[in-house]
Design a protein around this ligand. Structure first.
Ligand code: NAP
Length: 249
């Protein structure tokens, strides 16, 4: 058996594709969501159809006590986590310039996109680390190609939050390397999910195709494949890596 995987934001998009593939690979899956319980339950049903256990947990990764509950419920319902996929993130409304940004909204976005993954990693390490009596494990952070592109005139605060995730991945990988935990990131480019509805540009994916060397957006499945590989024993000597899944961009 592959173990227990917690996927934050596992109910839709890249997280949902990761849950499906994880179940096929042999993981039991904790599907975290914040609002859409029905979407989470649909993915859980697919995991169960694949013969694995699934549990859905409503928790806002921007709230520390919600994260603590997410891990406690997973302990109880599925057992000790062996893979954490730090996937949930917020973008906020699109088409914004920095001079329109208020501190409150920026702080809320950073709470979800930066503090959330750090606190989730803390909870995972307390369970996985050999230093704490755990058997080891893997953490895969979902960054974004926007961390190196910058997303000007769209959502720079979001892009900056993903820059923080890249740095966090590099540092944490070294911090826990001798404790049986590998830490890596995927850095997706433009992927065909609902996240782009928030951009304020209805045909954003089609319009952006010319910027992508492969001339098409990626699929959530293509990102999930990279996540599952980084989590797997096949990547046993890979830690601190940031894997671009961006069609050559
Ligand atoms: P999505 O389709 O919009 O799905 C977002 C998921 O995150 C949903 O399951 C949502 O739950 C959950 N979520 C949102 N805020 C949350 C919170 N505060 N607490 C817990 N869960 C929360 O997004 P996606 O495109 O799959 O993006 C997934 C990850 O990939 C994100 O980290 C994103 O930055 C990254 N990424 C995406 C792209 C892209 O082009 N799609 C490119 C680069 C990076 P509900 O359904 O309950 O709202």
């Amino acid at each position: 058996m592959a173990g227990v995987m917690i996927i934050t934001g596992g109910s839709r998009g890249i997280g949902a594709a990761t849950a499906r593939l994880a179940a096929k690979t042999g993981y039991d899956v904790c599907i975290n969501f914040v609002r859409d319980a029905a979407a989470a339950e649909r993915i859980a049903a697919e995991v169960r159809e694949a013969g694995r256990r699934a549990h859905c947990v409503q928790a806002d990764v921007g709230i520390e006590s919600d994260i603590e509950r997410l891990f406690e419920v997973t302990d109880r319902e599925l057992g000790r986590v062996s893979v954490l996929v730090n996937n949930a993130a917020a973008v906020g409304p699109g088409r914004r310039r920095v001079e329109t940004m208020g501190a409150e909204a920026v702080n809320a976005l950073l709470a979800t996109n930066v503090t959330g993954p750090i606190v989730c990693a803390r909870e995972a390490i307390r369970r996985m680390s050999t230093k704490h009596g755990g058997p080891g494990g893997a953490i895969v952070n979902v960054s974004s190609a926007s961390s190196r592109i910058g997303a000007p005139n769209l959502w720079i605060d979001y892009a900056a939050s993903k820059g923080a995730i890249d740095t966090f991945t590099i540092g944490l990988a070294q911090e826990v390397a001798q404790e049986g935990i590998r830490v890596n990131a995927v850095r997706p480019g433009l992927i065909d999910t609902d996240i782009h509805l928030a951009s304020g540009i209805p045909d954003r994916l089609a319009r952006s195709e010319k910027l992508i060397p492969m001339r098409r957006p990626g699929t959530a499945q293509e990102v999930a494949e990279a996540i599952l590989w980084l989590a797997s024993p096949a990547a046993s000597y890979v830690s601190g890596a940031i894997l671009d899944v961006a069609g050559g961009r």
